[in-house]
Design a protein around this ligand. Structure first.
Ligand code: NOJ
Length: 555
């Protein structure tokens, strides 16, 4: 396999920036593009050569940029278009690709299209789903992903609009050709400016099942089956790909809740000739300690985690390409979930090796590389996330106390991923010289990038070494993948094989000592990575320490 012929995104490692909390360059307490410019070398040194920017557009911030009020500009809090062009140029100089978020399932209710659509005679009316209700009831009983009904009444016209997410996020009607022209035009706008592609937000939601008179059909349950993964999604995506993306050779990664490998291949199979996306962000491996949503916690289940990884590794093989991630702005910190705050660095290293040695394109979320962990909220008011507030409103109806609600939120809210990046041990973790928009995690004197860079055994250096090892390495890129103990609840042991090379990844999960046994065929292997002192040549058996990781290579 000639690696030089691969598309760039198959050999790249992405760094995700959630701009508001990354780095403040002007002292107003909010992360911005000036701050990003200051940290590009940091990202490059880590070994990342692509950046995914969460939304940078003007937004009332009901959902921090995932509610867009203008698709063709930069939020003044972050800078302006000129500054963004400088960021692109600075990335180019460093060989870093730039991918931006494309949020077209919905706009903000403050977008001019939506404001115009309030007038029933406006051509923008059909940009959204405006429907008649049934007396004082909404057109159907769909529920929003965030809270309550998926419909909001406009009192003036006595009509309802659909919002699958927050009520400030009205859904766009992609069935309207004018909306599709807008989407293609937005794509071209950013591609002309020099971006390399898009991360497409909840992209499998962009088609809705219509059909009954007076609006949309009445479902049982939340209605989600009427707006998830319908055949029309692929039609729209094909049009976007052919009409806007292909001429620029642009990259796309789609976000898709409830996605399975089989369904993903309908979008990303490279052998089928009908590909509509390059990569797919699925959620299956993010549900190993919860029931469908992070907010319904269950004990961590390693078998479930491996089942998800195994399915995606095996089913994408020779057909599609995996997107590998364990953190982003929508989930609490991974060490606090699947690892251990007590063994923060050790478990962080094990989790990093676990996913970075698999086949696919890795994504690292800001702060993950220094082992940031969940924070602690003393009251709901300290939260910043619409989802936390909506959940709080909902559970108040069943009289859950704030104390008990916080027990869940302190483990499960998205806020944990959104506290400011911890750069130094100085005031505000060096994130801002002003007052941070969101409280910095109190642990910053210990957990920060400066300390991590200074310590050659830090998690940061571990990430750097893993990324350097996997870069252009055919064994990691194309090797077969086999889980040797899929039903073991504490050990994750997998083997990669390519040509005459073999990689053995032995991971112990949990704080208790665990007996480990070397699989056959690794007697002559050499130690590549270990998060505790370990012999250079493998032992037949050993007792693993908490979250011990040993990685060996043959050939
Ligand atoms: C997925 C995004 O990642 C999340 O942050 C956002 O709240 C929803 N889509 C709605 O846009």
């Amino acid at each position: 396999m000639d690696i030089s012929t691969l598309p760039w995104w198959k050999t790249a490692a992405f760094y995700q920036i959630w701009p508001r909390s990354f780095k403040d360059g002007n002292g107003d307490g909010i992360g911005d593009l000036q701050g990003v410019l200051e940290k590009l070398d940091y990202i490059k040194d880590l070994g990342c050569d692509a950046i995914w920017f969460s939304p940078l557009y003007p937004s009332p911030n009901a959902d921090y940029g995932y509610d867009i009020a203008d698709y063709r500009d930069i939020h003044p809090e972050y800078g302006d278009l000129e500054l963004f062009k400088q960021v692109i140029a600075a990335c180019r100089e460093r060989g870093i690709k730039v991918v931006v978020d494309l949020v077209v399932n919905h706009t903000s209710d403050e977008h001019p299209w939506f404001k115009a659509s309030l007038d029933p005679t406006s051509p923008y009316r059909e940009y959204y789903f405006w429907r008649e209700g049934h007396e004082d009831k909404p057109p159907n009983n769909w529920l929003s992903v965030f809270e309550g009904k998926a419909w909001e009444l406009d009192p003036d016209t006595q009509t309802w609009y659909l919002h699958v997410f927050a009520k400030k996020q009205p859904d766009l009607n992609h069935e309207n050709p004018k909306v599709r022209e807008e989407v293609k035009d937005i794509m071209r706008f950013w591609l002309e400016m020099g971006v390399d592609g898009f991360r497409e937000d909840v992209i499998t939601y962009i088609a809705k099942r219509e059909g009954l008179p007076n609006g949309l059909p009445l479902p049982v349950g939340t209605g989600i089956e009427h707006y998830t993964g319908l055949p029309k999604v692929k039609e729209y995506l094909k049009e976007y790909r052919e009409g806007a993306l292909l001429p620029y050779d642009a990259f796309t990664v789609g976000e898709a809740p409830m996605m399975t490998p089989e369904k993903a291949l309908e979008y990303i199979d490279e052998t089928a000739g009908s590909k509509t996306l390059d990569l797919m962000f699925h959620f299956q491996h993010m549900e190993a300690d919860s029931l469908l949503t992070d907010w319904v916690p269950l004990p961590f289940n390693l078998i479930k985690l491996k089942r998800a990884f195994n399915a995606w590794q095996q089913k994408m093989r020779g057909k599609g390409w995996n997107a590998l991630y364990i953190e982003n702005h929508d989930h609490p910190r991974i060490i606090s979930r699947y690892g251990s705050e007590k063994y923060r660095v050790e478990s962080g290293k094990t989790l990093a090796a676990m996913y970075l040695l698999q086949s696919g394109t890795p994504f690292i979320y800001q702060g993950q590389e220094i082992g940031m962990v969940n924070t602690e909220f003393g009251s709901v008011d300290e939260s910043k996330d619409v989802l936390t507030y909506n959940n709080w409103r909902m559970v108040q109806k069943v009289r859950l106390s704030e104390h008990n609600f916080l027990k869940i939120a302190n483990r499960r809210s998205r806020d944990h991923a959104r506290t400011p990046m911890q750069w130094t041990a100085e005031k505000n973790a060096g994130f801002t010289s002003g007052t941070p928009w969101f409280a910095v995690n109190k642990n910053y004197p210990e957990i920060n990038a400066t300390a991590a860079l200074r310590d050659e055994n830090s998690l940061w250096h571990w990430y750097q070494k893993l990324l350097a090892y996997r870069k252009n390495n055919p064994l990691v890129l194309f090797g077969t993948y086999l889980d040797l103990a899929p039903l073991d609840p504490h050990r994750y042991i997998y083997v990669r094989e390519y040509a005459n090379q073999k990689l053995l990844v032995m991971l112990a999960f949990g704080e208790k000592p665990l007996k480990m046994k070397l699989p056959e065929g690794f007697g002559n292997a050499k130690l590549l990575f270990s998060n505790y002192a370990a012999p250079e040549t493998p032992e037949d058996t050993y007792t693993a320490r908490p979250y011990e990781c040993r990685v060996y290579q043959v050939g």
